[in-house]
Design a protein around this ligand. Structure first.
Ligand code: SAH
Ligand code: SF4
Length: 354
């Protein structure tokens, strides 16, 4: 199916650098790109005709080459801590973003793909499989639309919603370039965190970009045996390769890495696992985020008991590993990635009697 942004590029997908090259190719000045950015990101203009400092000829050209894509909010769920947005894209696909209120500001967790091909056994997004990558503007517009809905600025963005961002690397990197651009949303690089299931070559490429964006790695197991059972990607990139890539990242960036570790009952939550994890991470500039599993009705994994999570935490602490237990957000509003989309899809199927 063809849809707007497939035939024409969305103006929200183009980095200022690429837009500068575009104007140079047209024989115009490169600062036109900054002027366009000011119109669309500062003044909120959604129509090229209103751009009074751009020549008529170039406005006609822009109209041929670019469109103004948008996302439609089709459902909101909220409780006192989180607000979850379900968006419809211009081709009818659905994605979600989760807004969390922290003491340091508002943080939005955005999606990077429609579904995910990594197939982690515990994850709704993986169960739903990848339909397609999100375009750069579809990532950016999640932030812009939520800001518009709230009438407030979002201070932190995490790319931890549906999808594997490093499997959509180029669009993801353009998204980072645009959202941090001082003439666009001007979000601080250190206020952004990207999470990957461990695509080793992309971790290295990302290290080479030398951005200030935080990196989180979904480890979820202290050894290959357990990891391969719950994460298919471990058949492609083993833990040793991930650790090598992490060391490369640390050398290049001198920044701390986060390891995410979902606590799954009787799978990866034993004391032995905690000791093994401590040994694996010894001496690495990192911290571990222990995540209480958000159970879903479609997948049979169970969350570890709170006391078990506490013991696991204590062992890591005693072994001098920086560790936190993730504050629980939104189990009431199905906050884990892919859950709202799964629910909505189920209700659509039920409506249709499928
Ligand atoms: N694909 C990337 C980013 C999206 S997933 C990645 O895997 O890192 C973001 C995080 O949510 C990952 O750490 C993932 O393992 C975790 N997650 C997935 N399903 C979850 C669930 N039901 N409960 C808690 N965390 C979950
Ligand atoms: Fe994909 Fe991340 Fe879910 Fe794994 S945890 S299936 S990589 S979204």
């Amino acid at each position: 199916m063809l849809y707007g942004s497939e035939v024409m590029q969305s103006i929200f997908s183009i980095t200022r650098k690429k837009l500068e090259d575009y104007f140079i190719d047209l024989g115009d000045k490169k600062f036109r790109a900054t002027q366009i950015y000011e119109w669309i990101y500062r003044k909120g203009v959604r129509n090229f005709d209103e751009m009074s400092n751009i020549s008529k000829k170039n406005i006609d050209r822009l109209k041929q080459d670019f469109c103004f894509n948008n996302l439609k909010i089709i459902k909101k769920q909220e409780d006192e801590l989180v607000k979850k947005y379900l968006f419809e894209l211009s081709d009818g696909n659905k994605i979600e973003s989760v807004l969390m209120e922290h003491d340091y500001g508002l943080s939005l967790c955005i999606s990077s793909q429609i579904g995910c091909n990594m197939g982690c056994a515990f994850c709704e997004s993986g169960r739903l499989k990848k339909v397609r990558d999100l375009k750069t503007d579809e990532m950016l517009l999640q932030v812009m639309e939520v800001e518009k809905d709230l009438g407030e600025r979002i201070s932190h963005v995490v790319i931890m919603g549906i999808g594997e961002p490093f499997d959509n690397y180029d669009n993801f990197m353009d998204f980072i370039r645009i959202i941090t651009d001082p003439y666009s949303l001007a979000l601080g690089q250190r206020h952004i965190t990207v999470s990957t299931s461990g695509i080793v070559p992309k971790i290295k490429e990302f290290a080479d970009e030398e951005t200030g964006v935080n990196l989180a790695i979904s480890l979820h197991a202290p050894n290959n045996e357990i990891r391969s059972k719950i994460m298919k990607i471990n058949n492609a990139y083993k833990i040793e390769e991930i650790m090598d890539a992490v060391k490369y990242y640390l050398e290049k960036t001198n920044r701390r890495v986060t390891f995410e570790y979902i606590m799954l009952k009787n799978v990866n939550d034993s004391k032995e696992c905690a000791y093994e994890l401590s040994k694996l991470l010894k001496g690495i500039n990192c911290y571990v985020n222990l995540i209480p599993y958000n159970e879903t009705e479609n997948i049979e994994f169970k969350r570890s008991k709170t006391s078990q999570i506490g013991e696991f935490y204590d062992i890591l602490k005693k072994n001098n590993i920086n560790v936190t237990i993730r504050k629980e957000f939104g189990s009431k509003v199905s906050a884990a990635c892919g859950q709202l989309r799964a629910e909505v899809e189920k209700s659509i199927k039920e409506d249709k009697g499928v």
